[in-house]
Ligand binder design. Structure first.
Ligand code: NDP
Length: 333
């Protein structure tokens, strides 16, 4: 049973030696517990924040502990009446390991979506979809005719959020790194425009594309990109602060917008966590299911094979070197 253990708190991108891959015996399964073989490990930008010794929405991963991560797996051994061998499950607290012993109370059965691969449960119909869906519909309350700007727009959450906003009748501008990602947004996903922040000034592009200002910001990045959008929000503009990925490896505080605009423009700025929306997953599936079936919402996963490469895989999220929701295939379905 291989496990990635946190050895020291990273500075910047995770480096060799920050985590160690150790071999341990598969733990004994006690009454009401099951042994889960990990099939997919979800890699998410927030994983990096859990390695820091700072106040977050979850306690930091302790030194010497197995790295926390969302997983999907198959029951290999069961001492529970509720789960049998072969069931596909998601542990509430998974980890970067081949196997996990989980109490039955900490397991959720996975219902395969008809016609879709299991990776959908780890992306468009999982946490990614929930974040995008409720960020657009509940936090931003997007309305037809409004102009929305989304950062990290070609990423897992951003690409889905933009398509949901299109379904709601918004005009959607995405900010992403590189011409290929931008072309995917406009040519395949139906975004109205895309800004390649690596090759053009975001503020200038926004002035050109949204000369009357921006109604809605679905913010995934923070820093200079966020400031450029924030400074163009209209009176009563709304901002959903979903993530600040540009700061997750930062060793000094990133630049911040001038909050005076919140007063002068009566802005509504709201942070949110997908965890709070987990009980409402059915609402998302009910609306997203038909969109997926009709091809109105498209999605991609980027699957890296092998638990041993998980650290290098994680760093892809910060270089942008991945194409869709990032997963590690730890074992075969
Ligand atoms: P993505 O698939 O979007 O991957 C991250 C992307 O961020 C990269 O592909 C890269 O795209 C972009 N990026 C990374 N570093 C920078 C940088 N310095 N400047 C600009 N862009 C950068 O990941 P997710 O969809 O999983 O997550 C997107 C955001 O949503 C993150 O901030 C994450 O923390 C947040 N999130 C929040 C949740 C919540 O509950 N609030 C739940 C899930 C995610 P590019 O190639 O375009 O640079």
């Amino acid at each position: 049973n291989r496990q990635w253990v946190l050895r020291q708190r990273p500075k910047g991108l995770v480096q060799p030696g920050d985590l160690e891959l150790v071999e341990t015996p598969v733990p004994e399964v006690k009454e009401s517990e099951v042994l889960v073989r990990t099939v997919y490990l979800s890699l998410d930008p927030t994983n990096r924040t859990w390695m820091n010794d700072s106040e977050g929405y979850l306690p930091p991963v302790g030194l010497g502990e197995v790295m926390r991560g969302l997983t999907l797996g198959v029951v290999e051994h069961s001492r529970s009446d509720r789960f049998k061998v072969g069931d596909v499950v998601m542990p509430a607290a998974g980890g970067w390991a081949d196997y996990a012993v989980v109490p039955e109370a900490g397991l959720r059965p996975v219902h395969r979506a008809p016609g879709l691969p299991l990776t959908a449960n780890m992306s468009v119909l999982g946490m990614t979809g929930l974040t995008a869906y409720f960020g657009v519909t509940d936090v931003l309350k997007a309305k037809a005719g409004e102009t929305m700007v989304i950062s990290a727009a070609a990423g897992a959450v951003g690409s889905i959020a933009g398509q949901i906003a299109k379904q709601r009748g918004c005009r959607v501008i995405g900010v992403a790194g590189g011409p290929e990602k931008c072309a995917w947004l406009t040519d395949e996903l139906g975004f109205d425009a895309a800004i390649d922040y690596k090759n053009e000034d975001v503020g200038d592009a926004l002035d050109r594309l949204a000369p009357d200002g921006i109604d809605l910001n679905f913010e995934n990045v923070g820093g200079d990109i966020m400031i450029a959008v924030f400074n163009r929000l209209k009176v009563h503009g709304r901002m959903a602060v979903c993530g600040l990925v540009s700061s997750y490896n930062a060793t000094k505080a990133p630049p911040s917008p001038n909050f005076a605009r919140i007063i002068t423009h009566r802005l509504h700025v709201q942070g949110f966590l997908v965890l709070d929306y987990a009980p409402r997953a059915r609402e998302m599936v009910a609306e997203m299911g038909p969109w997926l079936a009709e091809g109105k919402v498209k999605w991609k996963v980027h699957v890296d094979d092998g638990l041993e490469g998980a650290v290098d895989s994680l760093n892809r999220l910060f270089t942008g070197d991945h194409d869709g929701k990032l997963l590690v295939r730890v074992s075969e379905e």
